[in-house]
Design a protein around this ligand. Structure first.
Ligand SMILES: [Zn+2]
Length: 318
């Protein structure tokens, strides 16, 4: 074992990247590279109905345009842990799932979306439902009967205990899995492996030592750390960065054309865009043009703002 940093960027090719995706790529690259670490580009194309190869191609081109490079993965699928596209890793996920199944930690859940989101079901403040374990004790006969009508989602039983970790940006974080999410899904009822399973298996098997991503995914970290440990893996370090929001506080979406990288590339040089992003991330004092390599020597998690970053489109895109 070496203690070398291995970072990664793991985008979903469901559309052209937007400014927020670029910010995530940049932050994860800076965090790994500034410590002399290696960097993986993994393609999170689990959902065949939402993901398209043309977006993966554009994504690679956009990252290269910005001056970001990677040692493993990508569409060329180079490296010791290939394949690096999740759509090609189903056999690995199935094997891992089977080990959990044999330990009696999984069960099938037949609850519909509307049942899970029912008004009387407990919800977190962000609106996500907490699963109360309704299907945990179904009998063999009940399962057989239900399977005639529809496929079941595979859930993992979670223990009533706190998971704690220290985030590179937000500091110490604690969550109880039972009160915050309940037994969670590792495979959807349509057979697609869940993000939580794939991301843990991939990060572990690819030797990733740090996971850097937007703070909207911080909540997932507790489940992922639990799963890492359950599978006998050492969890990576986590660093969540603030989100880039539109000036009215809205989350950016791949449907917003004005923050789409294709559009940005017609208005900015990579150095101009990096200057804006580096400034927004508190890494440099002025939004002046800079290269990705130059940003490496300035990068520090201590300078990263904790609050989300509102981009004033009128000013930013001037
Ligand atoms: Zn259920």
């Amino acid at each position: 074992m070496t203690d070398k940093t291995v970072g990664r960027f793991a985008p979903t090719p469901s559309g052209r990247m937007h400014l927020g995706n670029l910010f995530c790529a940049l932050t994860s690259w800076l965090s790994a590279r500034s410590r002399g670490g290696s960097y993986i580009l993994r393609i999170e194309d689990l959902d065949p109905l939402r993901c398209f190869r043309e977006y993966s191609e554009l994504m690679e081109e956009d990252l290269k345009w910005l001056g970001l490079d990677w040692d493993e993965g990508g569409l060329a699928d180079i490296g010791p842990s290939k394949p690096y596209s999740q759509c090609d890793r189903s056999d690995i996920y199935e094997q891992i799932l089977e080990t959990l199944r044999q330990k009696g930690l999984l069960y099938l859940c037949f609850c519909s979306r509307s049942e899970l989101h029912a008004a009387n079901a407990p919800h977190l403040s962000d609106g996500s439902p907490i699963y109360g374990g309704k299907c945990r004790n179904l009998t063999e006969a009940e399962i057989k009967e239900k399977l005639k009508k529809r496929g079941g989602a595979t859930r993992l039983i979670v223990p009533d205990e706190d998971v704690t970790f220290t985030d590179m940006c937000y500091g110490e974080q604690t969550q109880n899995l039972v009160t915050h999410c309940g037994d969670f899904i590792l495979r959807r009822s349509d057979g697609v492996f869940a993000y939580q399973l794939a991301v843990v298996v991939d990060d572990a098997l690819m030797g990733v030592t740090e996971v850097v991503r937007g703070r909207d995914l911080l909540d997932s970290s507790f489940r992922q750390i639990y799963l890492h440990r359950l599978l006998g893996f050492e969890p990576p370090q986590f660093g969540h960065h603030p989100l880039i929001l539109a000036d009215d506080g809205r989350r950016l979406s791949k449907r917003d054309k004005d923050t789409d990288v294709g559009f940005l590339r017609t208005r900015f040089t990579p150095e101009q865009l990096l200057g804006q992003l580096g400034f927004a991330a508190g890494q440099i004092d002025r939004p002046e043009p800079i290269t990705a390599k130059e940003l490496l020597s300035c990068f520090s998690w201590d300078k990263m703002p904790r609050n989300d970053i509102k981009i004033d489109a009128a000013k930013f895109f001037d």
